[in-house]
Design a protein around this ligand. Sequence first.
Ligand code: LLP
Length: 427
Amino acid sequence: MSNEHNLPGGPHFAFRDGELHVERLPLRGLALSYGTPLFVYSAASMLEALAAYQRGFAGRNARICYAMKANSSLAILQLFARAGCGFDIVSGGELKRVLAAGGDPSKVIFSGVGKTRAEMRLALEAGIGCFNVESEQELNVLDEVARSAGVVADISIRVNPDVDPKTHPYISTGLRGNKFGIAHQQALTAYRHAAGLTGLRIRGIDCHIGSQITQETPYLDAMDRILDLVGAIEDAGIALEHIDFGGGLGIDYNGDTPPRADALWAQLLHRLDARGYGDRLLMIEPGRSLVGNAGVCVTEVLYLKTGEQKNFCVVDAAMNDLPRPAMYQAFHGIVPLSRSDATPSPWDVVGPICESGDWIGRDRQLAVRSGDLLAVLSAGAYCMSMASNYNTRGRAAEVLVDGDQHWLIRERESAGDLFAGEHLVTA
Ligand code: LLP
């Protein structure tokens, strides 16, 4: 049975008097107030995750740009903006969220393989810090858009270092077969090309090799390959002010033991210093590692169905709220909010959506009855931000906890919200 020492999320998600708490509040009380499914986040857990990076970069010229695709709820962005973070965005919509949350546009970097002209214009108007350009064609289009707006766009080129991050194939991004970045061998040509475009100002270089990385080696390999390139680019007379190593550090879902951010960066900085690049502005784009373990999704058990082959525990959260198991066969821990002495038995925890892929956990040992409340763990990253409205299900509510205080940071969507922009044919 779980205890406070083995729940991912560290000390901020722990059982006290048999009840699961987030910081100083029992989750049951929040679920009763706001209903289920309900995402609950710990502010302290997020700030501690950030502090590990800040410790790692102490005394360095470094910028942490939170990859907001992991969780883009406004109050979460506000928390990171107040803590001094910049943001890694991948759409005009994400930029609007940063601005609405009070983020500083000059600390925004814009990644992604398919930026539209309209998104480029929006970002130039807002005065973002840097575009991470992912193809030669994008260089040309951005140059054109910037010149017609009478401005110069600051850019870095995302280089695909062709390093295996040893993670799920859907979340590997730095391999030769992935759509991301400009191939390592073509990077120098792309930089030379960019240097000749008057609408662009070259600032740096960047890479991002994948997500949920739990080993140090892929980072060290990627760093070596990027630094080789930095040398070649600068030999060609093109100065690079910053080096951006992307995000990707993994979290604990199921006993995973990724390196701590400060320990990982101690190693990487050692390598950077040894190769003479330790004085550059360093940028990183962590997403999951800042928020993933800081959130849970509370769900109610609706029905128990025992069968010949399988027992199903049907809960009110589904693949529209928690898409990772269906998309990546991902594991999220599941624990009842209240401890009991009842004997556990194996259950497939599934949602109400009409798809066999709508499962949240398979073969979980749980002692459950209908009406019980369960917490799906490590649900702070890539859950709400990937939630959908499939089966006309409104997205869940979200609560942020800080000590014994809490805020409803997103209201539950109603069915009316979902079809508010639709029109019947009037003819
Ligand atoms: N920078 C870039 C350019 C990225 O593409 C990503 C994530 C990040 C930073 C942040 O990576 P992180 O630190 O969160 O690993 N939906 C998947 C993960 C997709 C990650 C996409 N890119 C999942 O739920 O596992």
